[in-house]
Design a protein around this ligand. Structure first.
Ligand code: FAD
Ligand code: NAP
Length: 459
């Protein structure tokens, strides 16, 4: 049989897990398929590869990055730690539970460098189109190499693949609704995708639209760096935390008149800036219609068997060979991507069987039904735990290591409910080393320096 070829799109944490697991299998003596990885940025890391840029990059490509300066992990590192590469393995000692972005990125890179994965990536190569030919049973992938000012950039000859793994992320293309009067607002209007430095909002009053993670984090961040007032406006339900006096929540606004915001409860407030923290789109314009995932941000995006194999109703969607990695909304992150990566590779290797299409559809619909009945975040955490554990069992991830961190997530959420300002000052115990992490030398709200050097100065 001719060796199989896989096209891997993206070298963020999900794509890197595919490369990592592939290399690991190779080292174990498995005859692995060829994987060609395309990454449009000039470095690996996906969202963790911080950029100051917003809008378009130097090639005219939309900026992928949505992370900002002073971003600290919003979940305990013990909930995302790799069992085979712990934080203690990387740093040589225990570190606090909620590291800033640079510290997490450094950790990820440590695991990838150990396997020498950088040379496996085609950087500055953007995937322009993915199509599937039923007759040849192969995918055609068109890419373009980006060069300075695009003077010599070239559409590359079309490549043929047996499988496509989409690991392009889904927190990059902002969803930006509008409200009456925003078009005449005399101040800064932006989406959290373009938020970079909170200092810009020193002494400013901000309206934050949305009630999820970005809204919460950017409200705290901007206040931390000197904003005078934040009003978060919610559409469905308030976040409900015990906020400091400088942050409040109000029901959704109806319109803006000049600088005055009108809320649906009849109240008004004057603000200097409006920040839409309204989430992101699953956006794959470079994938042909019949292969394209269409979803909102969800713990179980539709039409994905085991959350991975594209299995739409009707047409065959790439004959079970169009795979998506890391498309779920995320409590679990790095370990979930890692398990999905191994599952996908073992599936391609023929080590995991899938049933007939009707059974696959019934399975994915069953998961989606269960999600519909989930009534709170604790049930959501249970849902994602079961999802991860099932995949891990299917692919015998690390010989059956227990990835269940439900208790850590429950405690973390409980801490937030008690005090949103201090939940990052708590300490958790690593499931894999048994070490309880030290407490950071400064509280989160007082720690203005997010550099690795400063963070690592914790005794
Ligand atoms: P991404 O990190 O988005 O990587 C996708 C890669 O695909 C990118 O490198 C991109 O350039 C590339 N790509 C996209 N399209 C193409 C194309 N057409 N051709 C070639 N390459 C392409 N998770 C945590 O665990 N802890 C946190 O504290 C945390 N904070 C977050 C903060 C913010 C503001 C956001 C938005 C997310 C945060 N996350 C956090 C979640 C984050 O989604 C994951 O940690 C992780 O980055 C997802 O990895 P990924 O590889 O699936 O996607
Ligand atoms: P999100 O979780 O998808 O939330 C989107 C929010 O926008 C929801 O509250 C939604 O309200 C609201 N919304 C959507 N359309 C709206 C409209 N027309 N009017 C008003 N509100 C509207 O997106 P996110 O908060 O950007 O989070 C994305 C990811 O980034 C998460 O994985 C999160 O963990 C991560 N993140 C991490 C950090 C950190 O680690 N420090 C910081 C920020 C973000 P409804 O509930 O009504 O739909």
């Amino acid at each position: 049989m001719a060796p199989k070829r896989i096209c891997l799109i993206g070298a963020g944490p999900s794509g890197m897990s595919v490369l990592f697991q592939l290399e690991k299998l190779r080292k174990e003596g498995v005859d692995v398929p060829e994987v060609v990885c395309y990454e449009k940025q000039s470095n690996w890391g996906g969202l963790w590869n911080y950029t100051w840029r917003t809008g378009n990059d130097e090639h005219g490509e939309p900026i992928h990055g949505s992370m900002y300066r002073y971003l600290w992990s919003n979940g305990p590192k013990e909930a995302l730690e790799f069992p085979d590469y712990t934080f203690e393995d990387h740093y040589g000692r225990a570190i606090p539970s909620f590291p800033p972005r640079e510290v997490l990125f450094d950790y990820l890179q440590g695991r990838w460098k150990k396997m020498g994965l950088k040379e496996k990536i085609n950087f500055k190569t953007v995937v322009r189109m993915v199509t599937f030919n039923e007759e040849t049973d192969k995918f055609s992938v068109v890419t373009e190499n980006l060069t300075e000012r695009n003077l010599t950039s070239k559409i590359q000859p079309t490549e043929e693949f047996d499988y496509v793994f989409v690991a392009s992320g889904h927190y990059s293309v902002p969803y930006v609704p509008t409200y009456p009067g925003v078009d005449r607002f005399p101040g800064r209007v932006m989406h959290s995708h373009d938020f970079r430095d909170a200092c810009e909002f020193k002494d400013k009053r901000i309206l934050i639209v949305g009630a999820s993670y970005s809204a919460e984090d950017i409200a705290l961040q901007t206040i931390k760096y000197g904003a005078s007032k934040v009003i978060c406006t919610y559409r469905s339900k308030p976040q409900g935390y015990k906020w400091p006096e400088t942050i409040e929540e109000r029901p959704i606004f109806t319109h803006v008149d000049g600088k005055v915001v009108h809320f649906s409860d009849g109240t008004t407030a004057e603000v200097d800036a409006i920040m839409f923290c309204t989430g992101y789109l699953h956006y794959y314009p470079w994938i042909e219609d019949k292969l394209r995932l269409r979803s909102v941000n969800s713990l179980y995006p539709p039409n994905l068997y085991k959350g991975i194999i594209f299995t739409p109703e009707g047409h065959n969607g790439g004959n079970n060979k169009m795979l998506y990695i890391g498309t779920q909304d995320q409590y679990y992150t790095y370990t979930m991507f890692d398990v999905e990566a191994l599952w996908a590779l073992k599936y391609v290797l023929g080590q995991i069987d899938v049933p007939d299409k009707k059974t696959m559809r019934a399975n994915l619909i069953g998961w989606a039904e269960r999600l519909k009945s989930s009534k709170d975040c604790y049930a959501d955490i249970d849902f994602q735990t079961d999802f991860v554990l099932e995949l891990a069992k299917d692919c015998n991830y690390l010989d059956g290591v227990d990835l269940d961190v439900t208790k850590i997530f429950y405690d973390w959420h409980h801490d937030k409910e008690i005090d949103v300002l201090s939940y990052r000052d708590k300490s958790f115990t690593s499931k894999f080393t048994g070490t309880k992490s030290p407490i950071h030398h400064s509280t989160f709200m007082s720690a203005l320096d997010d550099s690795k050097e400063c963070f690592m100065a914790t005794k």
